[in-house]
Design a protein around this ligand. Structure first.
Ligand SMILES: C[S@@+](CC[C@H](N)C(=O)[O-])C[C@H]1O[C@@H](n2cnc3c(N)ncnc32)[C@H](O)[C@@H]1O
Length: 267
């Protein structure tokens, strides 16, 4: 059903692409991924450390990892030999994708619409990744008329995108969409779970200016169900206002932890 071919110049260095070897009907299952069976899960910090110590692995780790949970990236178990073990990882991104993940089973790739023989098989990388993606900012070469340009990995926040594609997102991205109804984190933040006790914390992904809103909560949000750590008053980098908006108290450089001074319940 699927054939791996040379993409020529289309994607630059990553010159492989998958095409339909036969006509595929809308809804048809195309690929059963084995990723996750015994692949590695690594945090962003662990991957960045690996890249620092083994720079030749950079492209492989950035291209072929994907987000499975907050701050947890699935890495092919064969990463040290720079070989893929599952072709699901070779689907290229398109802003007008013809494939997505099966909503009942995040490990199956299905056709969103009928696909003609010879057509390239693509999914939208926004189905798999958030702003903390290791390829954030990639210049998109999909050539679709509606191409977004640079891939920012924040499209899961867009209501039109959700309506159209929620059912094709990975289970992780679906959980991030549902989470938006009670808590919102700025696109400039990421969750870190690689703390010594494995609790989650929120950090600046890029420069955040004093006065910027970095998070907003609604409903009953307490210290137990969000990732902003409580600290002493003089250590807090942010403050929360009467609208449950978390605001930067000073300019925050990348990696700075978003912290608050509060007592148990947020408001
Ligand atoms: C998971 S790999 C996809 C397969 C890749 N083409 C290859 O030859 O191994 C992801 C990488 O492919 C390239 N890629 C995929 N879709 C792209 C797109 N729409 N625009 C630019 N580069 C893309 C980028 O280098 C990206 O990091």
């Amino acid at each position: 059903m699927v054939q791996l071919i040379d993409a020529g110049e289309k994607y630059g260095e990553g010159n492989q692409m998958l095409i339909a070897a036969e006509p595929i009907a809308a809804g048809e299952k195309i690929w059963w991924c084995t990723c996750g069976d015994d692949d590695y899960m690594m945090s962003r910090d662990e991957i960045l450390h690996l890249i620092e110590t083994q720079p030749h692995l950079k492209n492989f780790l950035c291209w072929y990892s994907y987000m499975a949970e907050d701050d947890m990236y699935m890495i092919p178990r064969t990463f040290d030999t720079q070989k893929n073990n599952d072709e699901c990882i070779l689907f290229n991104h398109s802003c007008e994708p013809n494939c997505g993940f099966d909503s009942g089973d995040g490990n199956t790739i299905v056709a969103i619409r009928p696909i003609a023989i010879g057509e390239e098989l693509t999914y939208d990388y926004h189905f798999l990744e958030t702003e903390a993606s290791l390829i954030r900012g990639l210049e998109c070469k999909c050539q679709a008329p509606t191409c977004v340009g640079h891939i920012t990995f924040d499209r899961y926040r867009d209501e039109e995108f959700q309506k159209r594609y929620y059912q094709y997102m990975s289970p992780y991205l679906q959980s991030r969409v549902r989470e938006l109804t009670t808590k919102w984190y700025s696109t400039k933040c990421f969750t870190r779970s690689a703390t010594p006790n494995k609790t989650k914390s929120l950090h600046a992904l890029e420069w955040i200016q004093a006065g910027e809103v970095v998070a907003k909560f609604s409903g009953s949000v307490s210290a137990e169900n969000h990732f902003i750590r409580a600290v002493n008053e003089d250590e807090a980098t942010c403050a929360i206002d009467e609208h449950k908006q978390v605001i930067a108290l000073c300019d925050l450089t990348p990696e700075t932890e978003i912290t608050l001074y509060y007592h148990g319940k947020l408001l």
